[in-house]
Design a protein around this ligand. Structure first.
Ligand code: FES
Length: 127
């Protein structure tokens, strides 16, 4: 039987096959940010890269995570980073420094993740 759900699945597969609708295939611009030593272990640092405020954390040595610094509650920049939380001082929302997930409100959505990697000894982000 051809249901609405199966029709949507077929359409999605067809679009993915021709290059639409697959976020994993979305190419971004690569930005060199800093040396790994510029980001404190068990902490993080904020940067403005390509005109965008971002946070890069290194809770475990050599493991970098990056997030858009825009708080998902009302858009203030998230500015405080510790080993246990990234905090927006506008209304107190807290986010995980390893996943960006909400730890406490009023925000309800996680911080947007950004691809980060080490390239030739330089912390690099792609978005
Ligand atoms: S804007 Fe960040 S907690 Fe409200």
């Amino acid at each position: 039987m051809f249901t609405r759900r199966s029709a949507l699945a077929v359409m999605g597969s067809a679009l993915a096959a021709i290059g639409f609708g697959s976020p994993a295939q979305a190419a971004g611009k690569t930005y060199k940010v800093c040396k790994p030593s510029a980001i404190p272990v068990k902490g993080g640092k904020s940067f403005v890269v390509g005109g965008r405020k971002i946070l890069i954390t290194q809770i475990k040595s050599g493991s970098f995570k990056a997030f858009d610094a825009t708080c998902t509650h009302a858009g203030c920049p998230v500015t405080q980073i510790s080993s246990s939380a990234m905090t927006c001082t506008c209304h107190g929302a807290q986010f995980s420094p390893t996943t960006g997930a909400v730890l406490s409100g009023p925000a309800r959505a996680p911080l947007q993740k950004i691809t980060v990697k080490l390239v030739s000894g330089t912390v690099t982000v792609v978005f």
